[in-house]
Design a protein around this ligand. Structure first.
Ligand code: HEC
Ligand code: HEC
Length: 243
């Protein structure tokens, strides 16, 4: 419970803490010459070698649930991404990048550093990966949804499927994130940030693909991604609800 209290406190002080708590942006990232995506160094490598304990991870995750929710569902408005079902490798890489200042996330930074060591990082990741993917998440809600999803599907199958998979399942070995069940607005924000060079830890091969996309294409492809479902990983419908 102590950590939950800490979240309430830090949230109340959010602007000041975000300012004082966030690290100075680290040099490097996709725009820098010679940048190596996913360099095999630091606490990331240590955490990846360790066996995560989901039970201990549940405790470490308590502080995270304040924003990402205890279910790992995040928020349909996209402020907080869904984490449930994400590959341990992706969680560990993203956390290490956020902790070292390579991926900017001033809101989360003070909490990201509550995980004390690589073991706790591995534990939290093991817990998150085991959570089922909630079927009810933020989708594209325009009247032209069917049209957008169709347009997005065409683009996705041509340019994204080989990395993120036919059902948005990503690739654990290669650090490609799960995108199935992710909130539309979070997807759109990440796509835009990656295209515009603001997510400095992004994969350069993906940046190349997405650079020429127009805003309209990003809307369509985000609409499609948020329609994807991963067989076997989605949460079962609640008892009493018809299938
Ligand atoms: C104060 C709210 C807050 C708390 C607490 C928080 N996060 Fe986050 N987290 C965020 C926000 C906001 C983002 C998305 C930032 C962006 O848009 O890039 C995020 C993003 C992430 C991502 C990247 C997801 C992806 O798909 O790339 C991971 C992983 C993550 N959080 C894990 C955690 C873990 C583990 C904890 C607990 C130790 C935690 N978060 C606590 C707000 C929070
Ligand atoms: C070469 C493989 C590759 C290709 C092609 C690719 N991606 Fe990615 N994508 C990645 C990797 C790796 C990441 C994580 C980057 C990082 O380290 O932060 C990522 C991140 C993302 C994210 C952010 C996910 C999150 O949880 O924050 C989204 C959304 C995404 N990709 C969608 C797409 C779409 C849509 C396309 C096609 C237009 C595409 N990707 C093409 C490898 C790829």
């Amino acid at each position: 419970m102590k950590k939950t209290l800490l979240v309430a406190l830090v949230m109340a002080l959010a602007p000041a803490v975000a300012f004082a708590g966030a690290p100075a942006p680290k040099k490097g990232g996709i725009e820098e010459k010679g940048y190596v995506w996913n360099a095999q160094e630091g606490e990331k490598i240590e955490a990846l070698k360790l066996k995560g304990d989901a039970k201990r991870g549940e405790e470490a995750y308590e502080v995270c649930g304040a924003c990402h929710l205890p279910s790992g569902a995040g928020r349909p408005d996209g402020t907080f991404p869904q984490l449930a079902g994400q590959h341990t490798t992706v969680i560990i890489k993203q956390m290490a990048d956020i902790r070292s200042g390579l991926r900017d996330n001033p809101t989360m930074y003070p909490f990201a550093i509550t995980l004390v060591d690589p073991q706790e990082l591995a534990d939290a990741a093991a817990y998150i990966e085991k959570l089922c993917v909630p079927p009810d998440h933020g989708k594209y809600e325009g009247a032209d949804a069917a049209l957008q999803v169709n347009k997005g599907k065409e683009l996705y199958e041509k340019q994204c499927k080989e990395c993120h998979g036919a059902n948005g399942e990503g690739n654990k070995e290669k650090f490609y994130p799960v995108i199935a069940g992710q909130h539309y607005k979070y997807l759109l924000r990440q796509m835009t940030e990656i295209r515009d060079g603001h997510r400095r830890n992004a994969n350069p091969d993906m940046v190349k693909v997405i650079k020429p996309y127009t805003n309209d294409q990003l809307v369509a492809i985000s609409a499609y991604q948020s329609s994807l479902k991963m067989p076997g990983s989605m949460c079962k419908p609640k008892a009493g609800k018809k299938k």
